[in-house]
Write a protein that binds this ligand. Structure first.
Ligand SMILES: [Zn+2]
Ligand SMILES: [Zn+2]
Length: 224
């Protein structure tokens, strides 16, 4: 499989500055992989070997079913089903069950996303260390979702960011803590608006009206 399918220019995701840039990056990679296996990958036997072995999770098979064209999908699933027929039922009942469980727990798309994603996170650290423009872009993000804040903070290291390790983490933490504090006060305000004393026609909701949706986005990232 071509490696560049799983990598995108990271600054593109940061330039948009609307929601979590890491969620956006992940979504872009995911879409590219889905398009790829339904298109160009049909001509690559090594991809078919992997899709036969790993199969697909519910989310990604669902994503493939939403794409145009049933024949590419049918061809992929035909050879995956053939491999299951040939390999699963060759041992004891219990072992066969475990083999099926193993296939059910893996996904070609998930595996490729993880592979590309890990590299992109590393590229973020490296670019932050080297590129002043990217540092400004990173520092001015509106927010990072909880999952990606934790990922960026937990994996950052002084080995990769010799000069800018502290600046990176300070900026990251400031962005997320400021966002979370505002989110909390909006949620507080939202709850208070259900009090009958505030329940008037001209009640001022401030910035709290979409706070529940924003909290869901912060806590779980992009869902579709
Ligand atoms: Zn995110
Ligand atoms: Zn998957």
């Amino acid at each position: 499989m071509r490696e560049d399918i799983c990598t995108i220019p990271i600054s593109e995701a940061f330039e948009e500055n609307d929601g979590c840039p890491i969620c956006r990056m992940r979504k872009t990679v995911e879409e590219r992989i889905l398009d790829y296996i339904m298109g160009a990958a049909m001509m690559e036997p090594d991809v078919r070997i992997e899709t036969n072995r790993l199969g697909f999770c519910k989310e990604h098979l669902g994503g493939m079913m939403k794409k145009r064209g049933r024949l590419p999908l049918a061809l992929i699933l035909e050879s995956h089903a053939k491999e299951l027929c040939d390999n699963i039922f060759s041992s004891s009942y219990q072992k066969n069950g475990l083999k099926a469980k193993q296939v059910h727990s893996t996904c070609f798309v998930c595996e490729k996303i993880e592979w590309g994603f890990e590299r992109m996170i590393n590229t973020i650290y490296l670019t932050y260390e080297r590129d002043k423009e990217f540092r400004d872009l990173f520092d001015s993000q509106e927010f990072f979702c909880l999952e990606h804040y934790s990922l960026l903070a937990a994996n950052s290291s002084k080995k990769v960011m010799r000069k800018y390790y502290s600046e990176f983490n300070k900026a990251l933490e400031e962005t997320v803590s400021k966002y979370l504090e505002n989110l909390h006060s909006d949620l507080e305000k939202y709850c208070s608006m259900y009090d009958y004393r505030n329940n008037t026609e001209n009640a001022d909701w401030g910035t709290s009206k979409d706070s529940v949706e924003r909290a869901a986005l912060f806590l779980t990232g992009i869902s579709e």
